[in-house]
Design a protein around this ligand. Structure first.
Ligand SMILES: Nc1ncnc2c1ncn2[C@@H]1O[C@H](COP(=O)(O)OP(=O)(O)O)[C@@H](O)[C@H]1O
Ligand SMILES: [Mg+2]
Length: 407
């Protein structure tokens, strides 16, 4: 079988070096990633990861907008429909099968509200504890000695599971700690290096078998030029685009643009002087906060993706383009991958599709705070699609970290 690496695909997908693609960024990101991998000295032999996927769903087909760490996501919309902490309840119900105590690294003071949000009583019933950030690692290292050490590395043999809400689980200090304490699990260790960068997430999908599940994309240098929009369009050939920062969340910096407005939108993002021009004023003033984000941003690159709609949804006689949030876990134990679905809900944009006097972004970008229920038919179809690619994509992340495959 011919082995084609993801990088080869990237070149196929975006063409050769040009103003829109920065090969130096690729190598910087890759060397940072491989430096992280070197911390997993003995490789990943067991893992538990909790993920969210924001996805578009049309005519039975899934397109992934992004992944995120389940612990770092808020479930406000879901909580509003089902009660505070319900998603965490689902997580704990799943997690109890491993019989491993969870250690939640969080703030110094846990308010009653915080405890309810993470269903503290369930964590505690599993023999777990919450620990304050700065004291975290040393404290856990002593806790682990209370458990008899074994040398098989099945999930159930681990001395505890560390979980972080406010910290990227692939931060260097955490990886360093993990490498010195291999009998402790870090939740999301296998996925965090990839899912906390939208660019690396996209790259995972470049292989032929995964490509249908991800919108087309191109990586651009954050520098305005009068042919940038044309170059992007030449490569992606879409009617509508989504502009994305690589490392933000909560919709920060996400701007939608129709093809004919792409140049104006790029100008408003990247060229301060252009804001004086009459033709740019309307586009700018509708999404001032988003354009100001880009004007301030010191980052060197951004992504442009194909805009993929979902089947539209009627709410109070108006049509909306929703985004589904699927919440699921993956674990890897004795060579086997398991996927478990916790729940799914729709997120709705603030404005309906037919709404006038507002921006395209307001009509197209969903908000986690405006929820709707997913029908069981849609849920089943989405799960079926995930069954087809997600376990092997997860194994690919583990294999990349373990050095068994390369990009
Ligand atoms: N390729 C896309 N096509 C259509 N809508 C998208 C696309 N990418 C993102 N969106 C919309 O923008 C929202 C925010 O983008 P997302 O990639 O989830 O980043 P964030 O980390 O900011 O939530 C999504 O929930 C979805 O509504
Ligand atoms: Mg999102």
């Amino acid at each position: 079988m011919r082995k084609i690496t993801a990088i080869t695909f990237l070149v196929i997908a975006v063409g050769s070096a040009s103003a829109t693609i920065e090969s130096s960024l690729q190598s910087t990101l890759m060397s940072k990633l491989y430096k992280k991998f070197s911390y997993y000295r003995s490789g990943i032999k067991a893992d538990i990861s909790w993920l969210i996927a924001d996805l578009k769903f049309k005519d039975g087909n899934v397109k992934i907008c992004e992944f995120g760490e389940g612990t770092r996501s808020r479930y406000k919309g879901h909580d509003a429909m089902h009660g505070k902490g319900t998603m965490w309840r689902f997580f704990w119900n799943y997690f109890k099968q491993f019989n491993v105590p969870p250690y939640y690294i969080g703030p110094a003071v846990f308010s009653a509200d915080d405890r309810q949000e993470i269903r503290y009583e369930q964590l505690s019933a599993l023999g777990g504890k919450t620990l304050y950030r700065t004291a975290e690692l040393a404290h856990v290292a002593t806790l682990r000695n209370h458990r008899k050490k074994k040398h098989t590395l099945a999930l159930a043999d681990h001395a505890g599971l560390l979980m972080f809400r406010h910290i990227d689980a692939s931060g260097f200090s955490i990886l360093d700690f993990k490498s010195r304490n291999p009998d402790l699990l870090v939740l999301n260790a296998a996925v965090a290096p990839f899912v906390n960068s939208k660019y690396l997430t996209n790259i995972l999908f470049l292989e032929e078998k995964y490509a249908p599940y991800k919108p087309k994309f191109v990586l651009c240098k954050k520098e305005y030029s009068s042919n940038l929009a044309a170059e992007i369009h030449k490569k992606l050939q879409c009617e509508r685009y989504v502009i994305k920062p690589l490392y933000e969340f909560k919709g920060r910096g996400i701007i939608m643009a129709d093809q004919q407005d792409l140049d104006t939108v790029l100008q408003c993002m990247l060229d301060k002087n252009s804001l004086q021009e009459q033709k740019n004023k309307k586009i700018y003033s509708n999404d001032r906060e988003l354009f100001d984000f880009w004007q301030r941003s010191k980052k060197q690159h951004f992504l442009v993706e194909e805009y993929c709609p979902s089947n539209s949804m009627t709410i109070k006689d108006s049509l909306y383009d929703p985004t589904m949030r699927l919440v699921f876990t993956l674990h890897y134990d004795q060579g086997q991958v398991h996927i478990t679905y916790l729940d799914a809900f729709w997120k709705i944009p603030v404005k309906s599709l037919d709404r006038e006097n507002c921006s395209l972004t307001q009509r197209c970008k969903s908000k986690g705070t405006i929820p709707a229920k997913v029908s069981s038919e849609d849920y089943e179809q989405v799960k079926k699609q995930f069954d087809a690619f997600m376990p092997s994509l997860y194994k690919k992340m583990i294999d990349l970290i373990n050095g068994d495959v390369t990009f």
